[in-house]
Design a protein around this ligand. Structure first.
Ligand code: PGA
Length: 314
């Protein structure tokens, strides 16, 4: 394992649907006692209910980036139960996780809605963390790379070429995620990581980072980071307790590049733009991302303005 082209080593966790405010406080209290190692870009994705609280508990100069686990593509409007990119940013998010397999499976997220959310995130100067990954049957049939290629091409399809550099991709094979997940080996992961590198290069260039996720723990982390196209780890269960997260940070520290500074977080929840990237976009059109739903609200992104919902009603 070597340093990855002067990048920080990304190590983060989504809490998924876990943690009350008191539990979030306890995690942050413990994390604050541990100095984040140089060269590691740590990140946390609390549930929406805890995002602002965690933001407020971290010092303004904290190197820990925060994100939301999902946000809608529309700027505002009648989308009961959803939050907008602007609201996520206002609550302290710098990152927006998009298209996790649990959202695709349980909440009907599609490649197309993922693309809309990616465009909306970039339009709001948020960093999309795009999850891709194949089901077991597809891998068994030898189709993992083709499956991920299509997911990724569609996910990036509404970005202008220069915007590709702003995104983070997380490769999370579905069969490796969660309690029943089977940990992947670096040999299984490496060809897909190489494919992701090819697709993103063709789409516009180097992305911010490509992470691996799915049953990552202290047993397999170092092995997975041997892959030259893997720039970090996206961890679930093994980092839900602060002690587990700190263990993973310590473990990864020797692999991180001392000179690679962390990305900047949004210090100001009221709409600062300090992740600093160009939001110019293309204006390709979409049809029918979610059948039967529509928003007439204007969007800040040309691609989103052009969404049409044939026959849909609110
Ligand atoms: P896991 O979750 O590490 O608990 O498998 C990973 C994920 O869903 O991102």
């Amino acid at each position: 394992m070597t340093v990855k082209q002067n990048r920080p080593l990304w190590v983060g966790t989504s809490w998924k649907m876990n943690k009350t405010l008191a539990e979030a406080d306890s995690f942050i209290d413990q994390l604050l006692k541990f100095p984040i190692p140089n060269g590691i870009q740590a990140f946390l994705l609390p549930p929406h209910t805890a995002l602002a609280r965690v933001h407020d508990r971290l010092p303004a100069n904290s190197p820990v980036l925060l994100g939301a686990q999902n946000a809608h593509w529309a700027a505002e409007g009648p989308w009961t139960g959803e939050i907008s990119m602007r609201m996520a940013k206002d609550a302290g998010a710098t990152l927006i996780e998009i298209g996790h397999s649990e959202r695709r499976e349980h909440f009907r997220e599609t490649d197309r809605t993922v693309a809309l959310k990616v465009a909306a995130a970039v339009a709001h100067d948020l960093i999309p963390l795009i999850c891709v990954g194949e089901p077991l049957a597809v891998r068994h049939a030898g189709g993992a790379e083709d499956f991920v290629r299509v997911q990724l091409q569609i996910a990036l399809s509404e970005l202008a070429r220069p915007e590709i550099s702003q995104v983070i991709i997380a490769y999370e094979p579905i069969w490796a995620i969660g309690e029943r997940g089977v940990p992947a080996t670096v040999d299984q992961v490496a060809p897909v990581m190489a494919l992701i590198s090819d697709v993103t290069t063709t789409a516009g260039g180097d992305v911010r980072a490509v992470l691996y996720g799915g049953s990552v723990d202290s047993q397999n982390a170092i092995e997975l980071l041997r892959d030259p196209n893997t720039h970090g780890l996206f961890i679930g269960r093994a980092a839900w307790q602060a002690s587990g997260f700190i263990t993973m940070l310590k473990l990864c520290a020797p692999l991180a590049h001392g000179n690679a500074g962390p990305a900047r977080r949004n210090q100001d929840r009221q709409g600062s733009k300090d992740v600093g990237f160009d939001s110019t976009t293309n204006a390709d059109t979409y049809a029918d991302p979610v059948e039967g739903q529509r928003s007439d609200r204007p969007s800040e992104h040309p691609a989103i303005q052009s969404v049409t919902f044939p026959g849909g009603t609110q």
